[in-house]
Design a protein around this ligand. Structure first.
Ligand SMILES: Nc1cncn1[C@@H]1O[C@H](COP(=O)(O)O)[C@@H](O)[C@H]1O
Length: 462
């Protein structure tokens, strides 16, 4: 809503019945020229003081303000949309933007919202940009309300902070896309080439005025002990040790509190892994940025009596250097734990679940019903029925909820199948799986040769 004076803002507030975000129409960016008014009284003071001060003393009557209502639990999303000179439009994946004091702090790509919300957000962004003139990259900022509505917040007709992650995470960065668009070239593929990315803004921590240029001077300033630069330096130092992290330092001559001085993008095979890497980066005490601890495979079993069988899956994962966790989770004895384990596994970075159980082996099927992750079932031979009971319990799943079932007690194959699944998105892992097959073949050839040479009796007795 556009308003021209505090009186109109008040009317807008009455209309919405929510706190208002008041933005200067001119010179408002990175939190400058933005103010929140929670009460009627705050509207005119917000307009006259905060915005007034931050837009370089523009006279109030020369300025125009935009007002939108804020709902406390709204999530903020954004979509970078590119439009070519031929009016072709391509949308980047929907991201979640996390703000602090009206300044973008973190961007998560893709946003962790249901697919139908992503489609809706993309649709709104597409329509917003379609309704405007011009070629180039546009950033469309959106609110996701608690009841699942998408509200248009604002459109920035330029490359944007919410698209910085595209430099490392997408086939075409927003900057290349912008050039393609304005030069009349074909637009590039906006999709992500990595599973997940987080962009972290390096914000000025302190009022430090310098006329430094370049990283060398920046490092010198750290040695001189200027607190804002020192903090940034420490953060960058930790980022350099994080797998998948790229540092962008903008070389701004002055550091002001909350000024964007640079950003760090971290990419990785899952949002959970990228989040763990971010935590390492932000926490000095953790070791060397080593993030290999995030388990990618969950090995679960109904009882510790299954462990002598299930250990074989762990051995295979050790052999392939895949981080995993081992847990006892019983569908019958600890159904609550099973529920929370299965429903949180994906968020925690688990990519494949290997579930083994004996007897009435409901664990793999129930877990498969609770998570979209692939589940591999291992029928464990319990004391009676030779494992046929477990096999049938696991393999006879109803349509719609598949469990990849291996042979009775064959947890080795469950481990190998998990490695193959992970290998689909990991060329190095797939190459190691090919090598494993080659080694298996060679083992057999050596045995065949020995049998041929020695004869079966010597072979058996040797
Ligand atoms: N189906 C099932 C549910 N909870 C445990 N089980 C299975 O029951 C078998 C016997 O468990 P226990 O040795 O603890 O009696 C184990 O194979 C275990 O997976």
């Amino acid at each position: 809503m556009k308003i021209d004076d505090p009186e109109s803002a008040k009317k807008a507030g009455d209309l919405f019945g929510y706190p208002l975000m008041i933005k200067s129409k001119r010179l408002a960016y990175d939190g400058r020229g933005n103010a929140v008014a929670k009460t009627e009284e705050e509207i005119s003071s917000a307009v006259q003081s905060k915005i007034f001060a931050s837009v370089n003393n523009l006279e109030l009557h020369h300025n125009t303000f935009l007002v939108s209502s804020i709902h406390a639990n709204d999530q903020e999303l954004a979509v970078i949309v590119a439009r070519g000179r031929d009016k072709s439009i391509l949308c980047y994946p929907v991201v979640e933007t996390i703000h602090r004091e009206n300044i973008c702090h973190i961007v998560k790509a893709p946003a962790n919202v249901p697919l139908k919300i992503r489609k809706l957000a993309t649709n709104v962004a597409y329509k917003a940009v379609s309704s405007l003139e011009g070629a180039g990259v546009f950033a469309v900022e959106l609110f996701l309300t608690e009841d699942g509505q998408i509200l248009l917040n604002e459109v920035a007709p330029r490359p944007h902070n919410s698209g910085h992650h595209t430099i490392e995470s997408c086939f075409t960065s927003q900057y290349e896309q912008h050039l393609r668009a304005i030069l009349g070239l074909q637009l590039g593929d906006p999709s992500m080439k990595t599973q997940a990315a987080i962009m972290y803004n390096i914000l000025g921590e302190d009022e430090v005025a310098t006329n430094l240029t370049g990283l060398i001077c920046y490092r010198l300033s750290c040695l001189q002990g200027e607190p804002g630069f020192l903090l940034a330096h420490q953060l960058i130092g930790r980022a350099l040790g994080i797998s998948g992290a790229t540092v962008h330092w903008y070389d701004k001559p002055e550091m002001r509190k909350q000024r964007k001085m640079g950003h760090i993008t971290i990419v990785g095979p899952s949002m959970a892994i990228v989040e763990t890497r971010l935590k390492f980066m932000l926490n000095e005490e953790l070791l060397n940025g080593d993030t290999s601890v995030t388990p990618r495979v969950g090995i679960i079993m109904g009882s510790d009596s299954d462990l002598p069988v299930m250990k074989d899956a762990a051995r295979i994962l050790n052999m392939f250097d895949i981080p995993y966790e081992v847990r006892i989770v019983s569908a019958h004895r600890t159904p609550d734990i099973m529920f929370s384990y299965a429903s949180s596994a994906g968020e925690r970075g688990i990519q494949v679940v290997i579930a083994g159980a004996g007897g009435a082996a409901h664990l793999p099927g129930m877990v498969a019903a609770l998570t979209p992750l692939p589940v591999i079932g291992v029928p464990v031979r319990a004391s009676s029925l030779d494992g046929l009971d477990s096999l049938l319990s696991i393999v006879q799943m109803p349509r719609g909820v598949p469990v990849a079932t291996v042979a009775i007690n064959n947890a080795t194959n469950a481990g190998l199948l998990a490695v193959r699944m992970l290998g689909v998105g990991d060329a190095d892992l797939q190459a190691r799986m090919s090598q494993y097959l080659e080694d298996t073949k060679n083992d057999v050839l050596v045995k065949a040769k020995k049998l041929e040479k020695d004869g079966w009796e010597t072979y058996l007795n040797s």
